[in-house]
Design a protein around this ligand. Structure first.
Ligand code: EPZ
Length: 417
């Protein structure tokens, strides 16, 4: 099992380029199922989840070709299968994103229920209720969702919460439905807006993306698309905190600072200097870190996918920070690992009180999920001595060549095993 080892204490300096966003690329790959013509996607990140999704599409009979330099061509001319098997879905919950496109394009789909996840129960009831509202007949059978519909028809869909992949699934289904659909409260994440732009290029009429109400006028046939994956705002935020936690100075390039306003605001509040232009963050920390209170919420609030990284930073603040996690019910798995490094953190329900210390000490740690592993890497970069983090497969699902990028900024970090 691969581990990442790092010798902490080096202030990071230099320029790092952000890759395409995993959480934007996955729904775009699913959208290619909506047309029989070839679709081209550029700025594709080289990640475990992208490879898993490619396997999933291939087993439907789609042609998926990596053309090099982050370019991918997907063509789903016809379908040999409409089943998303448990073996693939259990490794990546985002596989559920094929449900909407398959029902809309093929009139049926058989998708394994994702099952539990380290950060929470993560049911897909809102996806199913939405697809049902669009006229599909849905049954659950032996751990699989089986959905059928002659042709979906437009509907008014009220969601219990602004689910990200739920909104994306329903947008894709509604794009081929007869008539108009309305999704409310819709997720407002930049990845949802990116998908809406692509569906519009394909010929569907999508309005309101980025607001809490999205309307889609469906069409009978969609055109192919060429598009570029937006930069990964979570990777950009992670590198900004890498500069802050090591007391360094880093240019985070090829990103969209406008997608990170809530994170930038909090970094400035703790005393980190952050300047930005259209595509680059300039991050520098000189003085002490101030404590801050953070509550994770759906976009444009503070992203839950940055919570572990921000907690790692607050373990070194002068005072007590309060971090409330309101999106997922079990997203403090990194706390016990940070405590092994000497962090002082009390957790009660969905609230963590982080009592800042002068220093962390290196230790052997275990990653439990993608963003927790990023938080542990950041803590290890700041800690005294050596830190070893196991189960790095979590990290490789969502960060492209992270240790190479960190080494280029001066970090002492390597892989073993
Ligand atoms: C997306 O997950 C992201 N994944 C997650 O990123 C991210 O943490 C999350 O949005 C929140 O920002 C992708 O885009 C592939 P949700 P998603 O549905 O869509 C509950 C990462 O690290 N809910 O918005 O699965 C759910 O349990 C990953 O890159 C229901 O109850 O998240 C959660 O508490 C982790 N029923 C809340 O809503 C439903 O049908 C928000 O989840 C759907 C969701």
């Amino acid at each position: 099992m691969q581990q990442i080892v790092m010798q902490g204490g080096t202030a990071l300096h230099g320029r790092v380029e952000v890759s395409g966003a995993k959480n934007a690329a996955l729904p775009l790959m699913a959208a290619a199922l909506l047309t029989e013509s070839p679709c081209d996607i550029t700025n594709m990140p080289d990640l475990g989840d992208i490879r898993t999704f490619s396997m999933l599409l291939r087993q439907f009979g789609a042609h998926v070709e990596a053309l090099g330099s982050g370019k991918m061509r997907i063509q789903a001319r016809s379908f040999a299968s409409v089943e998303a098997p448990y073996d693939l879905v259990k490794t990546m919950r985002a596989s559920v994103l094929v449900l909407g496109p398959l029902v809309a394009r093929c009139g049926q789909a058989r998708v394994s229920l994702p099952g539990g996840c380290a950060i929470g129960a993560r049911p897909i009831d809102q996806h199913l209720e939405g697809i049902r509202a669009l006229g599909a007949d849905i049954t659950l059978d032996h751990g699989y969702v089986y959905a059928r519909a002659q042709r979906l028809r437009g509907a008014d869909i009220h969601l219990r919460m602004p689910t990200v992949t739920g909104t994306e699934n329903l947008m894709m289904a509604a794009a081929l439905a007869a008539g108009r659909s309305r999704i409310h409260p819709a997720a407002r994440e930049p990845e949802v807006v990116c998908l809406a732009e692509v569906l519009t290029c394909m010929g569907a009429r999508v309005t309101g993306a980025g607001t809490d109400t999205i309307e889609i006028e469906g069409v009978s046939c969609l055109q192919p698309f060429q598009c570029t994956v937006i930069p990964d705002r979570i990777e950009a935020g992670t590198f900004a905190i890498a500069a802050a936690i090591t007391g360094g100075k880093v240019e985070v390039a090829h990103c969209r600072p406008g997608h990170l306003e809530a994170v930038i605001q909090q970094l400035r509040a703790v005393g980190v200097r952050v300047e930005a232009d259209d595509s680059t963050l300039y991050v520098e920390r000189r003085g002490l870190l101030r404590p801050v209170n953070i509550t994770t919420t759906p976009y444009p609030g503070f992203p839950t996918d940055m919570q572990a990284q921000m907690m790692a930073l607050m373990t070194l603040a002068r005072g007590t920070s309060i971090i409330r996690e309101t999106v997922f019910e079990n997203r403090f798995m990194h706390v016990a690992e940070l405590r092994r490094m000497g962090a002082q953190i009390d957790v009660r329900g969905n609230t963590a009180r982080v009592h800042g210390q002068d220093a962390l000490t290196g230790a052997q740690l275990m990653a439990t999920d993608l963003r927790a592993s990023a938080g542990l890497i950041l803590a290890g970069l700041a800690a005294q001595g050596e830190t070893v983090v196991s189960r790095m497969y979590h990290l490789d699902r969502g960060y492209e060549h992270i240790e190479k990028k960190l080494v280029a900024l001066g970090a002492k970090i390597w892989r073993q095993g």
